[in-house]
Design a binder for this molecule. Structure first.
Ligand SMILES: *Cc1c(COP(=O)(O)O)cnc(C)c1O
Length: 405
């Protein structure tokens, strides 16, 4: 437990504390400070000369993703204090996660990206040790993955890492025509559902008809919580989620869930085995336990209440921005991926004489530092990665910056 005096001392070390702080913000921030203080009196980021910030942007790898609840960091600390057999741990946690998510099997991966690489590698190799060792050389093996052209984003590099060729198609007819004896897997990107002509059910059906495994990337698709169950039930053989986005587990972890045979094959590519393409995608006990606890906590959460909180936070920030003449806002919810209440702030630059990128820089450089997303025409804000209470500071700072205070 941190004493009040110690806490006040910590806060007084923050630049321009006091005057800006409401007590709710204090509660949110104190949890984090408290844990840090318990573990060590060192302020590592300050020591390194690195500024921390309020994350009003979202789950970005460049911003280190999400913050883990203290139950998750406690599980990580617990894991760091004992030895266990790595495969046994993965076996047991995989079974536990499968039970929680009502699916065949699961494994904790090195992010959604790692899930894609080992998932595909397993599809190609099966349990054959020689094939496992052969990858990424795919000579004589199935070595093509078919996906929709509009789904071909940067992360498909995780598939290319296995040594396959990506075949892109637009229509279901083209997809069926592209299937050959070389086809290893069909890959779907949930985030770009609307950009593609082939929807989930039809995609899964084609996979089943031709006997080819289907994989869906749902990295940023929690919330909603239902997505953790929906796609395995729909018939996708493999489903990947990021561990450190909406699930708030370790940022370098993820989940691969679905068909047990395929996941066991995927595991052949991971440590402790070393003659594999996945050796560098190690997931040790700390992250395995952290991921499990993050998932348990996420499933137990009152999702409706959390949603209402996000809505009221976004409204608060929106109202604050709207109190400045010339500013308009739009509250929206992305249909797929990052499906949370989000805010766009735009303004008439003849009245508010600052560009959105300049305003974002002011928010970043101010006290406290606030990260947003945006471009030359707008600022984008979400509150799901904030600590409760920080929305007040964001509302206040946004108004100040737009009023040119
Ligand atoms: C974030 C993301 C990934 C990568 O996930 P990691 O968990 O960071 O490995 C892959 N695909 C999509 C669509 C993503 O949004």
């Amino acid at each position: 437990m941190v004493t009040r005096r110690k806490l006040l001392k910590t806060l007084s070390m923050l630049p321009i504390a006091g005057s800006l702080l409401g007590t709710e913000w204090l509660h949110g921030q104190s949890t984090h400070t408290e844990i840090l203080k318990t573990i060590s009196s060192r302020n590592f980021f300050k020591e390194l000369g690195i500024r921390t910030f309020i994350n009003a942007a979202g789950t970005y790898t460049s911003m280190t993703g999400s913050l883990m609840p203290k139950e998750v960091t406690a599980a990580i600390t617990y894991g760091a204090s004992e030895y266990v057999n790595l495969d046994e741990l993965h076996d047991k946690v995989g079974a536990r996660i499968a039970q929680l998510l009502e699916c065949d099997y699961a494994t904790v991966t090195s992010g959604a990206f790692g899930a894609m690489t080992i998932g595909l590698a397993g599809v190609i190799s099966g349990m054959d040790k020689d094939k496992v060792a052969q990858l990424p050389d795919t000579t004589g093996l199935k070595n093509e993955v078919i996906l929709q052209e509009s789904h071909n984003i940067v992360y498909t590099h995780a598939l290319k890492n296995v040594g396959v060729k990506l075949i892109t198609v637009k229509t279901a007819a083209e997809l069926k025509k592209a299937i050959t004896k070389k086809t290893a897997m069909l890959w779907f990107l949930h985030a770009n559902t609307d950009e593609g002509l082939i929807k989930h059910e039809e995609f899964v059906q084609i996979g089943k008809t031709y006997g080819i495994p289907t994989f869906i990337d749902c990295a940023a698709d929690v919330p909603p919580v239902e997505n953790l169950f929906k796609f395995t039930k729909m018939g996708f053989d493999l489903v990947a989620f990021s561990g450190g986005k909406g699930l708030r587990g370790p940022q370098s972890a993820g989940l691969l869930i679905g068909n047990k045979e395929l996941i066991m094959a995927a595991r052949q590519h991971t440590p402790p085995r070393g003659h594999t393409i996945g050796r560098g995608m190690k997931v040790n006990k700390e992250e395995v336990l952290g991921m499990l606890v993050a998932l348990e906590m996420y499933l137990q959460k009152d999702h409706e209440k959390e949603w209402q909180m996000w809505e009221s936070q976004i409204k608060l920030i929106s109202d604050s921005a709207l109190s400045v003449e010339g500013v308009n806002t739009e509250i929206h919810i992305p249909k797929y991926a990052n499906h949370v209440p989000s805010l766009k702030v735009r303004w008439d630059q003849d009245i508010v004489k600052i560009t959105p990128n300049e305003a974002r820089k002011k928010l970043r450089d101010g006290h406290p530092s606030i990260e947003t997303v945006g471009n030359d025409s707008e600022i984008g804000i979400t509150t799901w990665m904030m600590e409760p209470g920080q929305e007040r500071l964001v509302a206040l700072r946004l108004k100040e910056v737009l009023s040119n205070v």
